[in-house]
Design a binder for this molecule. Structure first.
Ligand code: URA
Length: 442
């Protein structure tokens, strides 16, 4: 007979769990037959002892099968999904979706809300007046068929085991584990029905994986899980040692994403979006090589086709697409507080996680799932790594509606910046491409 006590004990002793043990845990936890204290103990044992590749595959499959599997077969062509492991200022979905869709790819995407220091696409989209992220699955599919893309919130029926376990991991300090993250992300991706998946595995101070080696293992695990399930899967390992672009916070990020689509956005965000979209176009079989796909998405950025697609997408989901020409319809904060440089020199580091935490304090994120979110709040960075500053220059601007929180955030933002007299090396934005049995380091 399998018992939860034995499963916890086995993992604590570093043993490999069997399929029956993993299924017993996942199914029992979803059905509320296993209490949180036993699930937490097992998660902590996994955190310390790890999961083998075999255990990770079994966990992914058990969580994938815990709910509905979306059927996108009525949408013609290759459906391509994109997923980021979570970072600060990561608004790439708002750019990559329209870029890929404008090249003829069908993007049927389920996205999450922000939790903790990382943001979520659904909150960002809801900053656009009228935008609906909870539409029926019929409308979701119809929108993808007519305009090539749709983004909706993750339903409770997709991988419910992950939903419950992720909430528990979030409060028991057990998120940062390669097997658990792989299982969590891939169970949802496999259940969401797309044929191909492009993963953006973040690496650095603002990511769950702080170093390249762990990010590489995570990418390899996820690519193998995707390919074993018959989905074409590729992963880019990308830098998260500073926020992506300059804006952190929902309405602020929407504005920045639109600027990128106008080909007027920050270099790092534009380049990463082009590369991710190129991989989607390549996996979606709209180009024979990645280079050709890159040229295609670049053309669609430059000729306005991607911006046009974004406008159609916003309109199709009930949003006011005048936002493209009139940012004043986005929520705006009452207060803006500049954070000034404390010495001359070069920006050496910007601790991305701290910027995310400061944004959370302004109200741009939520500490608990049910928290209210202030869509206007956040942080606009004014200086990034490698830039020269003089004492008194503005490093960043904090946007919010509560002066006490803004003042608290100011201290965190100030501490997040390191200024040095030596010009630092800037990390490569895209560090590696991981495909099945192949790693290309850039
Ligand atoms: N995103 C997820 O969906 N799950 C994780 O475990 C980490 C990031």
């Amino acid at each position: 007979m399998i018992t939860m006590y034995d499963i916890i004990h086995n993992k604590r002793e570093g043993k490999e769990l069997s399929k029956d043990e993993i299924d017993f845990f996942v199914n029992g936890y979803v059905k509320d037959e296993i209490p949180d204290y036993q699930a937490s103990a097992l998660l902590m044992a996994i955190y310390f002892k790890g999961l083998s590749k075999k255990e990770t595959f079994l966990l992914t499959d058990a969580m994938r099968c815990s709910g509905d599997i979306v059927d996108l077969s009525s949408i013609p062509g290759v459906k391509v999904d994109k997923h980021s492991t979570g970072g600060v200022g990561d608004k790439t979905t708002l750019i990559v979706g329209p870029l890929a869709a404008s090249c003829g790819i069908s993007v049927a995407k389920m996205s999450g809300r922000g939790l903790g220091f990382t943001g979520g696409t659904i909150d960002k989209l809801e900053a656009i007046p009228g935008f609906k992220t909870s539409i029926t699955s019929q409308d979701f599919i119809k929108t993808v068929k007519t305009i090539g893309m749709s983004v909706i919130g993750q339903t409770a029926h997709i991988a419910p085991a992950d939903k419950k376990l992720y909430a528990l991991r979030d409060v028991t300090a057990t998120v940062e584990n390669i097997g658990l993250i792989s299982g969590s992300i891939m169970s949802k991706k496999l259940a969401a029905g797309s044929d191909a998946i492009v993963l953006d595995v973040k690496c650095g101070s603002g990511a769950f994986m702080k170093d390249f080696e762990s990010a590489l293992i995570l990418a390899e695990y996820m690519v193998e899980i995707g390919c074993n399930a018959g989905k074409k899967t590729a992963a880019l390992i990308t830098d998260m040692n500073q926020p992506l672009g300059y804006a952190v916070g929902n309405a602020l990020e929407v504005k920045e994403a639109i600027e990128v689509l106008k080909n007027n956005g920050p270099k790092d965000l534009t380049e990463l979006s082009l590369q991710l979209a190129a991989h989607m176009v390549y996996l979606g079989e709209k180009a024979a090589t990645i280079e050709e796909a890159y040229q295609m998405v670049r053309n669609h950025l430059e000729n306005g086709a991607a911006l046009d697609k974004f406008s159609q997408f916003v309109k199709a989901q009930g949003g006011n697409n005048n936002v493209i020409d009139d940012y004043s319809i986005l929520p705006a904060a009452s207060f803006k507080l500049p954070v000034k440089a404390f010495q001359d020199g070069f920006i050496e580091k910007i601790h991305a996680e701290s910027i995310g935490k400061a944004a959370l304090l302004t109200g741009a994120g939520r500490k608990k799932k049910e928290d209210y979110i202030d869509l206007s709040a956040g942080i606009i960075l004014n200086k990034k790594i490698g830039e020269k500053v003089s004492k008194g220059d503005i490093l960043a601007e904090i946007h919010g509606n509560n002066l006490d929180s803004i003042n608290e955030a100011e201290m965190i933002v100030k501490d997040a910046y390191s200024i040095s007299h030596i010009k630092p090396m800037v990390e490569k934005l895209v560090k590696a491409l991981v495909t099945i049995n192949n790693v290309k380091i850039y």
